[in-house]
Every structure is written in structure tokens, then in C-alpha cells.
Design a protein around this ligand. Structure first.
Ligand SMILES: Cc1cc2nc3c(=O)[nH]c(=O)nc-3n(C[C@H](O)[C@H](O)[C@H](O)COP(=O)(O)O)c2cc1C
Ligand code: SF4
Length: 795
């Protein structure tokens, strides 16, 4: 066939092919077109998001708020949510929250089978050793003293007894400074021939303390469907001793040693009933020595029996006594009613809120509590977070705090006093224009869900994962903290050096730093409190610890929103913040995504607290990852301030962990380099060597005409809040709010810029005696760091 013939027949052939295969051809064409279109779309989306914002851009990261992160029985609604106000939001994170709001908490997800039970240990007295672990918890030192003494005596006894070779040196552990996971979810790893024996000494407090947290943890572990109900069954045995006060709590029914009793019961469950010796109890005011000695003899006897291979003995109470089993069954039956009990409790709690709006209180129940009820009924009723009789109250008052209601606090910091005397303000003045004498430092929640190593309050502070306290109304808190603040300012009237004009100015609070101690967004009515502040034209700097995503997502925009970034990775964060939430990393990263999505509404800040030996070395890249994830407007890097308490000491913190300013500066320079190598537009904007603090800022947002503009136009912020001026955050061509750029203030002053130290030359620089710079080393900032080191708790 000639080429001409082929060409002549081609149209007919093509027509034939088309008739035979048109359906697959059509489908292929459509699929190809769709593929090309999708590829183009994906490419445009993948364009790198730089730190420079697109005004009013839609949500970039879909936030998933887990049901267990939601405060229970709350009145959240879509209009109250502020993950972002963009129209595109409807199906995103907002929907996730709204859906999950109703009724008591449910734990979603497939019920995974519990782990196979750990085998009970067999003890071979010829080859095995017993490791006694003595645990204690103490708020005011009594139990610590007795526990230390107990461990010493036990060590002596071990050396002299017949079975000496069977025992290892007893170890002493403060429960406040161990990881529960390491000891009370599963026993610590030991070699095959080492068998563990737990001895626990505890006081009782009928107020909220870390003890509640310990108890909650034991309860959670028992109820956690992912873990064996008796994960500590590999222990050889345990025994508990309680310290109480019969004067205030004469009988067990009235609460004598109630928490030790609870711990004893939970341990029975967790160990599969390995109570080696009955619970001991003593009244600290009369009989402690005798009771403790009596109990120690009993425990030693049990240890000898174990060492001789006689086990815990038959019928010993707690090792399987039927009476106890019955009791437990009864409790399980009662637990069927737990849900309604919990709802009743919440209602009761709601009724106790001294609040004009009768809305239910947001309570963040993140545990599996609905499965069980507390063993001691009296602990269920809401308590005051910091009652006037508590050690926390005493400690806080001693430190100069005024406690407002039962869970809020206010204090005038040393910078406020310094500014009143014309001796300089804190770094917030250099960076943002906040004069310290116009600033109030307060918190509506002295409680927190972390146990940070650098937190001086650790040991006596209320901690918890849920809000379970009597709740004060926001207007009462506002009135209380402002009155207490003014009262403290007035007390400065006669102090030498106070400048009259500054004193007069200080009688009108302009700014509030909501940080101090604790976690402000834990307070269920935080938004109302913030609105009260804004309507009084008081600016708000709010610091949160990135553990409460639901509350962060629903927070009203503040003047400047901070997240504490105490470490750059999960392991390091666990070590330094010692969070109570098991899913702390997921909470943390979700908060970062929320910060990213909300960066067009308000100024967002990362606060890095550098602790040498904990979170500095090798972590620059990790911090850069976090900055890249959240794209905050600012990154404040600050050396830790050492508070010198015994609590800090027990956490292993000493002055050696406080970085020098040079070290902080070097860290910041490295971080800046790392960020810019990733195409992120951050530069070092300002410094305040006095408080060992350096500011990185997004230069596409906070530079004007090539000059840093990190300060805030506060009056404009209030005008935007009051609607007197219109913001420029747009959506679908409409104004939907304001942007941080709408209230950027004047240029950062020359003296505050990087390299210039950050001290306002109009103020008088005062050095501590013998600490001033020597004439030949005027530039040294080391001595000023001393001041910073002594400025514990300044925000
Ligand atoms: C605020 C407060 C509440 C207390 N509540 C109880 C209680 O409910 N039952 C009890 O037996 N003892 C109670 N006590 C007494 C303590 O348990 C007792 O003083 C104990 O020795 C304190 O130990 P610590 O110094 O190791 O913290 C309470 C003490 C205080 C200060
Ligand atoms: S977040 Fe603040 S208050 Fe809470 S433990 Fe840490 S330092 Fe203390």
C-alpha cells in the first residue's frame, strides 16, 4: 500500500477508532485535564510562606482540636471562636470545636485492648535482690524530714540485718520531682534480679496541692483503657504511711490522713493487691515518732519475709483479702452512676460562681474521670484554689503578692518601683514602649498545668489539668487586682527618690501583663476579664504555656499574645516544663498552629527562656523549626532569672544554669542566621541587656522605611477595639477587623537598638554597691546581669 493510499484512508480509520473507543478517549482527556489543573493548583499552594503576611489571608493550617482538650460543659459557640474569623473557616477548626461541645466529655477513638498484664514477680531469695524505694511528698517540710530520717534508719537496718545481702541501698524520691511515668505507670527498669519494693510517706491537705495531682495520676493510670489495670503488679510489695493533724481532722470520717488512705487504695489496685504492710497513720502533733517506728518495724518484717522467699503471706490484708475485693466491686457498681454525679458536681460548681451571667463554666476535664469517682467523697466538692490558710497563700503573701478572691494574684514588680524612682523600666519599655510604672502584673489563675524547673512556686503551687475550683467573677477580679495594685503604688509614696510626676501617672493603670505565675487562660472567664481591661483602655500582654489549645483558639484578640517556648523538642520540653498533660507535645504544637493562624489579628510573640544545661545547646535548629511553624511577629529571647529557692535547687537548678548576656546574645545571633538561611525574614530588632533579653522581629512587618518599629500605638489599639477607627484586615473585599500593623507605634529608639544596650539615657542608671563598671570596661554588661538575676518573676 502506497503512502498516498494510507493518507487517503486515515480519516476513515480515525473515525472508526473514535466510534469504537470514544468513551475511554473522553475519560482519558478529562482525567488528563484534571491532572494538569490540580498540578498547577498544588504548585501555587506550595509557594513558600514567608514570615511576611498576606493581609487577611485565609487559614493556612487546619487545626484539629481533640475532644479531650475541650473544657467540659461549656457554652462555646461559633461566634465566640477566634481561631480566625475568615469566612473560609466554617468547615475548619471551628467546626471541629462546635461539634464536640455538647455534654459531658467523651473519649473518642477505638477502644484498644489493654496491654497484656505484666507477670507478677517471682522472688528467688538465692539470686535476687530487693530494691526499697522510699517516696515522699511534702509541702511544708514535715514529711520530707521524717522520710529522710526513715531512709537513713532503713539503710542502717539493712546493713546490720541477717538478710543484708538481699537488699540494695534504699533510694529516696520526692514525688514532686520525679516523672510519674517513670515510677507509677510502670516500674522503673531494673536488671532481672532486682525486685522493687515501694514505701510511700505522705501528708494530707484538704486544699488543692500537688498531692491531688499525684492521686489523679494514680487514678488515671488505673482507668486508662490502654494500660493494664494493674501495671505495677511486678512490684514485690508496697506500704503507705500518712501524716495528718487530729486537731483539725480528728477522725478518718472527718478527713484524717484521707489522702494517704486514697493512695494506699490506688496502690492496691495498681499492684494487684500487693500491700505488704497495712497503712500507717500518725498525728503530727502528738504521736508521730512512735507510730512511724511501729510501722517501720512492720515494713522491715515484711521485707525480711520477702527476702527469705516467703512472699507476702496468705491472707495478709491487701494481698488478696476477700473483704477488700468485695469493697472494690461495690465501688465499681457505684461507678456506673459516675456520670450523673459529675454533672451534678458541675452544676454545683456553676451555682457557686459569683457571676452575673449564669452561663455554665468552662471546665477543662482532660482526664478519664467520668469512668470513676473519687474514693473519698469530700474531695469532690470545689475548693478554693488558694485558701487563706494554705502554705501557698503564706508563701505568695511573703513574696509580696496580693491574693484576690481565691485564685487571682497581683504584685508590683521591681521594675515598677524602679521606674517610679526614675531608674529605668523593664525591657517592655525598650521594645514596645510600656513604661513600667504604668503597668500592672497580674494573673487570674495562680494554678498551672506545668511544673517548670525554673518555677519558684513548685512544690506548693496549685497545679492541675482541669479547672475545678470555686470561680470568681471577672469584674470582682478586675476590681480586686486594680485596687490592690493602687494600694501598693501608694505605699511607695514615701520611698526616697520616687518622682512626683511618675507617682501621679502611676495612679492610672495603662497596661496589664497577664503572666506573673500560673496560667491566665486557664481561668474560665478570661475573655470577659480581657474585655473589661480593654474597655478601661488597659492594654493586655498575655502569656500562655501552650497547653490549652481550645482556650487559646477562643481567646479574644489581645494587644500582644505570648506563648512560652521553653524547649525546642518534645523530650527537652518534658524535662524542663514537666507538663501534667500526657499529650503535652500535641497540645503544644497545636497551639503553635493556632498562633500561626491568628498572627494577622494580633501581635504574636514567642518567649524563649534560656536555661543553660537544659534548653540552649544544640537547640537552635529546633527553635527555628518552631518559629517556621508558627511565624510569630516577634521572638523574645531571655536568660532565665534564678530565684534561689529550695524548690529550684531540688530541680537541679543553680546559678550555673543562668546564662550570661554574652551567651544569650550569641544564641540569638545563631538563631537569626538559621532563620535567614531558611528564607525567614527575622532580624534582631532591640535589646535590653539589663534583663538579659533580646528581641527578634519580622522585618517585613515591623520595619518602616528600613527602620525598626517594634513599639505599639496603644491609643490606636483602643480606638480599633472601640470601633472609632477602622482596621484593615480584609476578607472577600470587606473589613473584618484589625491587623497588628494597624497599631504599630513609633520607631524603636536608637538607644534600644541591637548593640546599644537598651537603657533609656533619660533614666538614671544605678549599680549595686561595688558592682558598677570599672572605668576601663564600661561596655561590660555582666554586672547588670546581676540585677536581672535577682529580678525573679519579673515578666
Ligand atoms: C491547709 C492545710 C490542710 C490540711 N488538711 C488536712 C486534712 O484534711 N487531714 C489531715 O489529716 N491533715 C491535714 N493537714 C495537716 C497536714 O497534713 C500536716 O500538718 C502534715 O504534717 C503536713 O506535712 P508537710 O509538712 O510534709 O506538708 C492540713 C494542713 C494544712 C496546713
Ligand atoms: S508556666 Fe509559669 S507558672 Fe506555670 S509552672 Fe511554668 S513558670 Fe511556673
Amino acid at each position: 500500500m502506497s503512502l498516498l493510499d494510507i493518507l487517503t484512508q486515515l480519516p476513515a480509520e480515525l473515525l472508526l477508532i473514535w466510534h469504537d473507543h470514544r468513551v475511554p478517549i473522553l475519560f482519558s482527556a478529562i482525567a488528563l485535564a484534571a491532572f494538569v489543573r490540580l498540578t498547577i493548583y498544588a504548585r501555587t499552594r506550595r509557594t513558600k510562606v514567608s514570615a511576611s503576611p498576606v493581609p487577611g489571608s485565609p487559614i493556612e493550617k487546619k487545626i484539629e482540636i481533640r475532644p479531650e482538650w475541650l473544657p467540659e460543659n461549656t457554652t462555646f459557640n461559633a461566634s465566640a471562636l477566634n481561631i480566625d474569623n475568615h469566612a473560609e473557616d466554617k468547615t475548619g477548626a471551628v467546626a471541629a470545636i462546635v461539634k464536640a461541645k455538647k455534654g459531658p466529655k467523651t473519649v473518642k477513638g477505638r477502644k484498644t485492648p489493654k496491654k497484656a498484664p505484666v507477670a507478677a514477680p517471682s522472688f528467688d531469695h538465692k539470686t535476687d535482690n530487693i530494691q526499697p524505694l522510699v517516696f515522699f511528698q511534702s509541702l511544708s517540710g514535715t514529711t520530707e524530714r521524717y522520710a529522710t530520717q526513715f531512709a537513713k534508719v532503713l539503710t542502717e537496718w539493712k546493713k546490720g540485718c541477717n538478710q543484708s545481702t538481699s537488699f540494695l541501698e534504699p533510694q529516696l524520691h520526692d514525688i514532686s520531682y520525679i516523672e510519674y511515668d517513670d515510677f507509677f505507670i510502670s516500674p522503673p527498669k531494673a536488671d532481672a534480679n532486682t525486685k522493687l519494693f515501694y514505701i510511700i510517706l505522705l501528708p494530707t491537705y484538704n486544699i488543692d496541692t500537688v498531692l491531688d495531682n499525684f492521686l489523679e495520676n494514680l487514678q488515671e493510670t488505673h482507668n486508662d483503657f490502654r494500660i493494664d489495670t494493674a501495671p505495677l503488679r511486678s512490684l514485690l510489695g508496697y506500704s503507705v504511711f500518712g501524716f495528718g493533724d487530729r486537731e483539725g481532722w480528728p477522725t478518718e470520717e472527718e478527713g484524717f490522713c484521707s489522702q494517704a488512705r486514697e493512695v494506699d487504695r490506688w496502690m492496691a489496685r495498681l499492684t494487684g493487691r500487693k500491700r505488704a504492710y497495712p497503712l500507717g497513720m500518725a498525728d503530727v502533733k502528738s504521736e508521730t515518732e512512735d507510730r512511724l517506728q511501729e510501722w517501720r518495724f512492720g515494713v522491715q518484717e515484711a521485707l525480711v519475709e520477702l527476702a527469705e522467699g516467703r512472699g507476702l503471706g496468705d491472707g495478709v490484708q491487701g494481698s488478696g483479702d476477700p473483704a477488700e475485693s468485695d469493697e472494690e466491686e461495690e465501688e465499681d457498681i457505684e461507678e456506673g452512676n459516675a456520670q450523673s454525679t459529675r454533672v451534678d458536681e458541675i452544676e454545683e460548681l456553676g451555682a457557686m460562681v459569683n457571676d452575673s451571667s449564669a452561663s455554665p463554666i468552662p471546665v477543662d476535664f482532660t482526664t478519664y474521670k467520668s469512668k470513676s469517682k473519687p474514693l473519698i467523697k469530700s474531695t469532690a466538692a470545689p475548693k478554693e484554689m488558694v485558701p487563706t490558710t494554705s502554705p501557698t497563700h503564706a508563701a505568695l503573701t511573703k513574696q509580696g503578692y496580693s491574693i484576690i478572691g481565691s485564685h487571682s494574684g497581683v504584685k508590683i514588680c521591681r521594675w515598677t518601683k524602679s521606674a517610679l524612682r526614675g531608674r529605668g523600666s523593664c525591657y517592655k519599655y525598650s521594645f514596645y514602649g510600656i513604661a513600667s510604672h504604668l503597668c500592672m502584673e497580674a494573673t487570674p489563675s495562680l494554678s498551672c498545668s506545668n511544673k517548670c524547673v525554673f518555677c519558684w512556686r513548685h512544690g506548693t503551687n496549685p497545679v492541675g489539668t482541669t479547672w475545678r475550683w470555686i470561680t470568681d467573677a471577672p469584674d470582682l477580679i478586675f476590681d480586686g487586682i486594680t485596687a490592690a495594685h493602687y494600694k501598693k503604688i501608694k505605699m511607695m509614696k514615701g520611698v526616697p527618690g520616687v518622682r512626683a510626676e511618675r507617682f501621679a501617672e502611676a495612679m492610672r493603670i495603662r497596661h496589664c501583663a497577664l503572666s506573673l505565675v500560673g496560667e491566665p487562660i486557664f481561668y474560665p472567664h478570661i475573655n470577659e476579664l480581657l474585655n473589661i481591661m480593654h474597655s478601661n483602655r488597659i492594654s493586655t500582654f498575655l502569656v500562655c504555656n501552650a497547653q490549652h489549645p481550645a482556650q487559646l483558639a477562643t481567646l479574644v484578640p489581645v494587644t500582644q499574645l505570648y506563648v512560652s517556648i521553653d524547649a525546642s523538642n518534645k523530650e527537652s520540653l518534658r524535662k524542663i516544663d514537666r507538663p501534667l498533660h500526657r499529650d503535652f507535645w500535641e497540645r503544644f504544637t497545636t497551639c503553635l498552629d493556632i498562633i500561626r493562624n491568628r498572627r494577622f489579628e494580633q501581635r504574636t510573640v514567642f518567649r524563649l527562656t534560656l536555661v543553660k544545661g537544659f534548653n540552649m545547646a544544640e537547640e537552635v535548629r529546633g527553635y527555628a523549626d518552631l518559629v517556621e511553624r508558627a511565624l510569630p511577629g516577634f521572638v523574645e529571647v531571655k536568660g532565665v532569672t534564678y530565684c534561689g529557692t529550695s524548690a529550684a535547687g531540688s530541680a537541679g537548678l543553680t546559678m550555673q544554669n543562668v546564662p550570661f548576656y554574652d551567651e544569650v546574645a550569641e544564641f540569638v545571633t545563631e538563631l537569626e542566621k538559621e532563620l535567614s538561611s531558611r528564607g525567614l525574614t527575622y532580624g534582631i530588632g532591640a535589646e535590653h541587656a539589663h534583663s538579659c533579653c533580646v528581641l527578634l522581629a519580622d522585618e517585613t512587618r515591623f520595619k518602616r522605611g528600613g527602620k525598626w518599629a517594634t513599639r505599639i500605638d496603644f491609643e490606636r489599639f483602643f480606638d480599633l477595639y472601640e470601633g472609632k477607627v477602622q482596621g484593615t484586615r480584609m476578607e472577600d473585599g470587606k473589613v473584618v477587623g484589625w491587623r497588628p500593623e494597624d497599631y504599630v507605634g513609633g520607631e524603636t529608639p536608637e538607644w534600644a537598638l541591637w548593640g546599644n544596650g537598651g537603657f533609656d539615657p533619660r533614666d538614671q542608671r544605678v549599680y549595686r554597691k561595688g558592682k558598677g563598671p570599672k572605668p576601663e570596661e564600661k561596655s561590660s554588661e555582666g554586672v547588670e546581669i546581676e540585677l536581672a538575676k535577682n529580678a525573679a518573676l519579673e515578666f
